[in-house]
Design a binder for this molecule. Structure first.
Ligand code: GDP
Length: 531
């Protein structure tokens, strides 16, 4: 189905840029690993984790990540699958990092939702799904762990339809489950896929079948299970909607595959599904116009900044989603926020857990640009046109704490560390107009711990977080006169964020309402678009 956009250059049309969303423990890491394995990016499953662990032992921060079993930082991985180029953007799984996840989802064209066949739709799946829904992202579903006791197939599908209000169409149908799990019937291609239990990294047999009456079926499936399969498939045909490409692409229908990531089962079919049904790079919105991927001029935006990826070099990598064009190494792009040109001389693509210098990239790709802090989340890069990609929000933090350096002489160092984390999007940092110290805002409590350990580790600064007199932050916007009037009348509540924008801090919703009443020409908002 490469030609549903015949006007797209082939290099762009073959790209699939997507994220995997799931509740912790559903099997996202295992599935990612198998994707890399079948994509030829790694030779052996277990490598990604093994490498991760070798790195992790180098730092307490990573140790903490390991102890908690959560993935704190996101990254991007590129690999080929058949004639396609997959760009898989990893999302942090823990709910404390939802803001990061949200931004990641602005950089992809589709998502794979992994659910545990025994647990169904869990809380974090639901939340992430809602985010995808807001952007009408196409979603493919993988029901994992079918080698364990799972729920009844119809029950799983019903639960997804009801909880997520999306039509579900089976792309495959499981034959047995738990110990009895044999494999799946591939509904879309009339194939029998059998699981190989002996070797977890091998793909089992795949047999072309001529419909459900094909006598070949009986050679591989015991009679009672075959009868059940026929019966269930008949019911499925009657009760469940048939696959509809348009609906999948507009996000109102999700095809579901059943499998077992750890046994490599169902993974190839899912990948083929992403290749076949997943959308090619989509047009993206800017403040002035839509940008189409096939436009010849290069444009892109920063959706993530990761600092200190390599503790030995204090570098930062800005993750850029290319929205259009064909990028070549050495190109000079305009950094729209500052209006300055930037020569991109050392762009990297992320192949498995190594990064590699790249000579080129196409619309849809995720490119890393090492830099010293010029690139921030939300920044747009173009070949000169002054447009800004929109839609990457910055949420008001839900938790605020004050922070001081253990050693007061180190206040400047602390400021530097905090500003860097603010630019990375790891926290909001507010500098009050009156008084000393900083107020740090996060979305989830665990982020305070992560910050404290990173500041200590990366900057050698012991810090203390403590209670803050404020609980809410609102950005003040409007004309300069309007903002000044609010600031003038509320000095004890005013702070600046890392961009120098004015923020109103308070404990009381009542205060916020009062300011809106007193200063109708100013606006207090809980989000600020980061561009
Ligand atoms: P994540 O938290 O979503 O990244 O989940 P992981 O990939 O780390 O998997 C969580 C646990 O489930 C691990 O112990 C995996 O070995 C296990 N697991 C993953 N896939 C399967 C599967 O298909 N079957 C079974 N039985 N276990 C699985």
């Amino acid at each position: 189905m490469l030609d549903n956009r015949p006007d797209l250059p082939a290099e762009i049309a073959r790209r699939r840029t997507f994220a995997i969303i799931s509740h912790p423990d559903a099997g996202k890491t295992t599935l990612t690993e198998k994707f890399l394995l079948f994509g030829g990016a790694i030779q052996m499953a277990g490598q990604v984790r093994a490498k991760g662990e070798a790195r992790r032992t180098r730092s307490d921060f990573m140790q903490m990540e390991k102890d908690r079993g959560i993935s704190v930082s996101a990254s991007a991985m590129s690999f080929d699958f058949e004639k396609y180029r997959f760009n898989l953007v990893d999302t942090p799984g823990h709910s404390d990092f939802s803001e990061d996840t949200y931004r990641t989802l602005t950089a992809v064209d589709a998502a794979i939702m992994v659910i545990d066949g025994a647990k169904g739709v869990e809380s974090q799946t639901q939340k992430l799904f809602e985010v995808c829904r807001m952007r009408d992202l196409p979603i493919l579903t993988f029901c994992n762990k079918m080698d364990r006791e799972a729920r009844d197939t119809f029950e799983i599908i019903d639960e997804i339809q009801e909880n997520l209000a999306i039509d579900v169409t089976p792309a495959s149908w499981p034959i047995g489950q738990g110990r009895e799990f044999l494999g799946c019937y591939d509904i879309l291609h009339d194939r029998l896929e059998l699981m190989d239990r002996a070797d977890r990294n091998r793909v089992g047999e795949s047999l072309k079948i001529n419909g459900l009456d094909d006598p070949k079926l009986a050679d591989h499936i015991p009679a009672d299970m075959l009868a059940t399969l026929r019966e269930e498939l008949e019911m499925a045909r009657e009760l469940l909607p048939a696959y509809d490409r348009e609906q999948v692409l507009n996000g109102s229908m999700t095809p579901i595959w059943f499998g077992s990531a750890i046994n490599s089962f169902g993974v190839r079919e899912l990948m083929a599904g992403m290749a076949e049904f997943g959308p090619e790079p989509q047009p993206l919105t800017t403040d002035k116009r839509q940008v189409s991927p096939e436009e010849t001029k290069v444009t892109g935006f920063v959706f993530k900044v990761q600092a200190n990826m390599d503790p030995k070099h204090r570098d930062r990598v800005a993750f850029v989603r290319l929205a259009s064009g064909h990028f070549l190494r050495g190109m000079k792009l305009t950094h729209v926020r500052s209006g300055k040109p930037m020569a991109i001389t050392n762009p990297v693509l992320f192949l498995a857990s190594d990064r590699e210098l790249t000579e080129e990239a196409w619309a849809g790709d995720i490119m890393g640009i090492p830099n010293h802090g010029q690139l921030r989340i939300g920044d747009t890069l173009t070949e000169g046109e002054l447009i800004r990609f929109t839609g990457i929000p910055s949420f008001a933090p839900e938790l605020l704490q004050s922070v001081r350096a253990g050693d007061p002489m180190k206040a400047k160092h602390l400021e530097k560390a905090l500003m860097q984390f603010a630019e990375e999007g790891a926290a909001k940092v507010f500098k009050p107009m009156i008084g000393s110290g900083f107020i740090v805002g996060v979305v989830g409590a665990l982020q305070f711990e992560v910050l404290a350990s990173r500041i200590e580790l990366e900057y050698g600064l012991p810090v203390r977080f403590g209670p803050s007199q404020f609980t809410s932050a609102r950005w003040i916007s409007g004309s300069k006169a309007a903002v000044d009037a609010v600031v003038e009348a509320n000095k004890g509540h005013i702070a600046t964020d890392h961009d120098g924008d004015m923020v109103y801090l308070t404990r009381l919703q009542w205060d916020i309402d009062r300011i809106q009443r007193d200063h109708p020409e100013a606006r207090l908002t809980a989000t600020k678009e980061m561009m």
